[in-house]
Design a protein. Structure first.
Length: 320
């Protein structure tokens, strides 16, 4: 994976969101109202220490959930990550931009946003096709992902083998994995995303991202492409079926009494950003693993604290 080179203290802001599906949809309408979205990332130095040098922010992209246009990064540099479909904006904080100790500094991204108002449902699965094992999707989303999506975990392997015995195909197996997570793990509000599969299993539960992590580990364990999806205040998973596309699976719907909707149906009208759970960066203090966190500026790095200010306003007399 390409590393962003950082020589001093850095802060990463990751607000994880979803992306497109190719499965059948209902209510695939576009809201004709355009909104101007302003995202301010604020930072304050609270004690002596190294000065902040860079801030990284996710950049939303067009997909089935939204149309994005008129992006203004306010001097931020747009970066591609060759190992993921995500884009980022890098702000370089010069000595002149450093706020005085105790004062807030900020960087800002603005863009026009049109929600699609789409409800995603699973396709009518009448035939299961073999995976193209040479495709980028298959290669990227069936492998071990650090120790987060952990297909080498002994417990995951055991559960996977047991569920696989009675499954008629990969689609039936995916449903068994979904049911297993719902029946055996509990939704628990935790202190952040990026928990490993082992941690979630030992805790017998986790938050929305954590439950999805176990589900994705079970799917990838049988070579079914699967990935996280991050929305502004939520996270879930998707698995891929050849010739159908990505099928959404949300194991937290049981918590809210909507378990039927959690398999193959996701309702979301929130800003879409990026999909990777973990970025690894080198700093002058050694390796720092920056874990994803929705709706919060995370983590705050000593000696700084950080905050996020979001504003969405309809643009008067402007529609698509």
């Amino acid at each position: 994976m390409k590393k962003f080179k950082i020589h001093l203290l850095n802060i990463l802001f990751l607000v994880f969101l979803t992306y497109s599906l190719t499965a059948e949809t209902t209510d695939n309408s576009i809201d004709d109202q355009v909104y101007r979205y302003t995202n301010k990332i604020k930072f304050k130095k609270v004690k002596a220490g190294e000065n902040l040098q860079f801030i990284y922010c996710p950049l939303p992209r067009n997909n089935d959930y939204q149309l994005i246009s008129n992006i203004d990064t306010h001097s931020g540099e747009i970066l591609d990550n060759p190992d993921s479909p995500d884009n980022y904006v890098r702000f370089t904080i010069s000595p002149e931009q450093q706020p005085a100790e105790g004062d807030w500094g900020e960087v800002m991204i603005e863009f026009d946003y049109v929600p699609s108002n789409t409800e995603y449902v699973s396709a009518n699965i009448d035939r299961i096709y073999e995976y193209d094992t040479t495709s980028d999707i298959y290669k990227r989303y069936t492998k071990q992902y650090y120790d987060i999506i952990d297909i080498e975990n002994a417990t995951i392997k055991k559960i996977s083998d047991e569920l696989w015995i009675d499954a008629t195909d990969v689609y039936a197996y995916a449903k068994k994995c979904f049911d297993y997570v719902n029946d055996n793990l509990t939704f628990k509000s935790t202190s952040g995303y990026g928990k490993t599969t082992l941690e979630i299993l030992k805790n017998e539960g986790g938050d929305c991202g954590g439950l999805s992590t176990v589900l994705l580990s079970l799917l990838r364990c049988k070579n079914i492409p699967a990935r996280h999806v991050f929305a502004y205040r939520h996270a879930w998973g998707e698995f891929y079926l050849e010739n159908y596309g990505w099928i959404p699976v949300d194991p937290t719907f049981k918590t809210f009494g909507r378990i039927v909707e959690g398999y193959g149906l996701i309702r979301s009208h929130e800003i879409v950003y990026n999909i990777e759970v973990l970025n690894n960066n080198k700093t002058g203090r050694g390796r720092v693993d920056i874990l994803s966190k929705t709706h919060l500026f995370y983590p705050s790095h000593d000696p700084y604290i950080c905050d996020l200010e979001v504003e969405q306003k309809p643009i008067v007399n402007r529609k698509i």
